[in-house]
Ligand binder design. Structure first.
Ligand SMILES: [Zn+2]
Length: 269
C-alpha cells in the first residue's frame, strides 16, 4: 500500500507541476511538454512547408513583410530574442499567417490584400509571435497528450483539429484554405495573443490603434479568412473593445518608441 500511495503522490505532483505555470497575461496554463522538442519538430515542419509550398518571388512584398517582422522581433525579451527567427512569405491567396515554436514565421501574400499599411501587418505578425512567446502550441500539445492521443506536433501547429492525423505540408496547405492553419487556438489564447501582440507592435514603433481597422477588415474578409483569424477569435465587437481597453497601456509604449527613434518605414509599394 505505501508504494501505491507513493505512486499516487508522484502523479499528483506531476500534475501540480504541469498545471501551475502561468501565461504572460496571468492565465493559468497546463504545460508539460518539452519546449525544445516542440521547437525541433516545428523547424522540421516549417522546412517541409517551405520546400513544398510556393514562395513569393515579389521582392517588394518580401521586403515589406521582412521589414515589419524584423522590427517586431527586435523588441522581444530573452529567450525569444535569442532565437534565430525565420520568415517565409508564401505565394498564396489565403488570408493567413502563423508563427511556430522556435521562431518560424509564415505569411501568406493573401493577407497583404487586407493589411493597408505597415502598422496593420505588424498587428498580425505581433499576434502570431505572441502565440509563440505565450507557449500556446505547448499548451495545445500538452492538452492533447493528456487525452492519450498520439498527436503529431506538426498537425497541432498546422491544423490540429485533425487529432492524430499526419499532415504533409501539401495537405496542410490544402486544408489551410478551408480550415485555417491554426484552428485549435482557444479564445483565451486568441485574446492573449491580441494583447501581447499589441504591446510588441507598440514597442516596435507601430501604431497600436491601427489594430482596430485591421481586425475589422479581417472580419469583413471573412469569406477568405480562415479560422486562425475568425472562428475561434473573440466576436468582433468584443475584440475591438478589448484592443481599445489596452490603449492606455500601449500608446505610451508607442510614444516612447517614437521618442527613442524606433520609427519603422516599411513600404508596402
Ligand atoms: Zn491567433
Amino acid at each position: 500500500m505505501p508504494k501505491i500511495h507513493l505512486l499516487i503522490s508522484i502523479v499528483l505532483v506531476a500534475f501540480a507541476v504541469a498545471s501551475c505555470s502561468s501565461s504572460p497575461t496571468g492565465r493559468s496554463q497546463m504545460i508539460w511538454k518539452s519546449d525544445k522538442e516542440l521547437e525541433a519538430q516545428s523547424r522540421k515542419a516549417f522546412n517541409q512547408m517551405r520546400a513544398s509550398m510556393p514562395l513569393s518571388t515579389d521582392r517588394k512584398k518580401i521586403d515589406f513583410v521582412y521589414c515589419v517582422a524584423e522590427a517586431v522581433v527586435a523588441v522581444l525579451d530573452p529567450p525569444y530574442s535569442d532565437f534565430e527567427w525565420d520568415l517565409a512569405v508564401f505565394d498564396n491567396d489565403a488570408v493567413n499567417a502563423f508563427a511556430m515554436p522556435g521562431g518560424k514565421i509564415g505569411v501568406f501574400t493573401g493577407i497583404l490584400k487586407v493589411t493597408e499599411n505597415q502598422h496593420q501587418l505588424a498587428a498580425v505578425i505581433g499576434h502570431e509571435i505572441a502565440h509563440v512567446t505565450a507557449r500556446h502550441s505547448n499548451e495545445r500539445a500538452s492538452r492533447a497528450s493528456l487525452t492519450g492521443i498520439g498527436v503529431n506536433v506538426a498537425a497541432i501547429i498546422l491544423g490540429g483539429g485533425h487529432s492524430g492525423a499526419t499532415y504533409t505540408a501539401q495537405q496542410a496547405l490544402d486544408a489551410g484554405a478551408a480550415v485555417g492553419i491554426s484552428l485549435p487556438h482557444t479564445r483565451g489564447q486568441e485574446s492573449e495573443a491580441d494583447i501581447i501582440g499589441l504591446e510588441y507592435m507598440a514597442k516596435a514603433g507601430f501604431d497600436p490603434r491601427e489594430s482596430v481597422p485591421l481586425w475589422q477588415r479581417m472580419a469583413a474578409s471573412s469569406e477568405k479568412a480562415p479560422a486562425e483569424f475568425l472562428s475561434t477569435h473573440p466576436a468582433s465587437e468584443t475584440r475591438i473593445e478589448n484592443l481599445v481597453s489596452e490603449w492606455p497601456k500601449t500608446l505610451p509604449m508607442y510614444n516612447e518608441a517614437i521618442e527613442e527613434g524606433r520609427i519603422p518605414t516599411c513600404s508596402k509599394e
